[in-house]
Design a protein around this ligand. Structure first.
Ligand code: PGA
Length: 251
């Protein structure tokens, strides 16, 4: 059975004190949750302070990005080893904002995934098509390219901690969610790809989560879909009431 995972991507929001305040409220609100992995991803500067706030709770910490080296002359970068030192369990890799704004390639994303996994952290690999690609009927091609390019030569054993987030770019921050059917279709397609690339065991065990304008209103319908194992939540993860309801699949 795949354990559901709800992850909040705070993007470039919340100072250190604001992050700790939100984390403190979430710890209190979600103290009864143990059947779902709840993950929050604050900005780099807030990670270690939030890690302190989360001590003793089951909420886990994620970084929003990393650099695929351990240490060295890499000005401005942060490695998975240092993220682990700051208290992180997960790292978001290949978010569409980074692909678009910072020209991240599938090859670079693959290096990051490999480094995250060998460091002992869990990656959340984001893939998804733009509106234009969907309109041009290229969704499957884009997902195949991003998945194959991102996973590269990762072995079946290395896939154990992998979480894949299907985030159609046209649904991110736009208020336009994919319909339950559209999301399920893409998730099924990704799961079938995992079967082709690896085997049916990897396809069955890998968590595939949906991202793009997830809100309390739409989370229950999405979570009812057979191949949707959770959500990557942006805007709605910044409000404690909304995020708590999303974690409970509650309107
Ligand atoms: P959104 O962002 O929920 O604000 O659409 C999702 C994401 O970018 O991960």
């Amino acid at each position: 059975m795949r354990k559901p995972i709800i992850a909040g991507n705070w993007k470039l929001h919340k100072t250190i004190s604001e992050s700790c305040e939100l984390a403190t409220q979430l710890v209190a609100d979600l103290s009864d949750i143990d059947d779902i992995d709840v993950v929050i991803a604050p900005v780099f500067t807030a990670l270690s302070a939030v890690a302190e706030t989360l001590k003793g709770s089951s909420i886990q910490l994620a970084a929003q990005n990393c650099f695929p080296e351990t240490s060295g002359a890499f000005t401005g970068e942060v490695s998975p080893d240092f993220l682990q030192d700051a208290g992180c369990n997960y790292v978001i890799v290949g978010h569409s904002e980074r692909r678009q704004l910072l020209n991240e390639t599938d090859a670079f994303i693959n290096q990051k995934l490999l480094k995250v996994i060998t460091t002992g952290l869990k990656p959340i690999l984001c893939i998804g098509e733009t509106l234009q690609q969907r309109q041009n009927d290229q969704m499957q091609e884009v997902l195949r390219t991003q998945l194959k390019g991102g996973l590269g030569n990762l072995s079946a054993a290395q896939m154990a901690p992998m979480v894949i987030a299907y985030e159609p770019v046209w649904a991110i921050g736009t208020g336009k969610t994919a319909t339950n059917d559209q999301a399920q279709e893409a998730h099924r397609f990704i799961r079938n790809l995992l079967q082709q690339i690896y085997n049916s065991e990897i396809a069955a065990q890998t968590r595939i989560i949906y991202g793009g304008s997830v809100k309390p209103d739409n989370v229950a319908g999405l979570m009812q879909q057979e191949d949707i194992d959770g959500a990557l939540v942006g805007g709605a993860s910044l409000k404690v009431a909304d995020f708590s309801r999303i974690v409970r699949f509650e309107k």
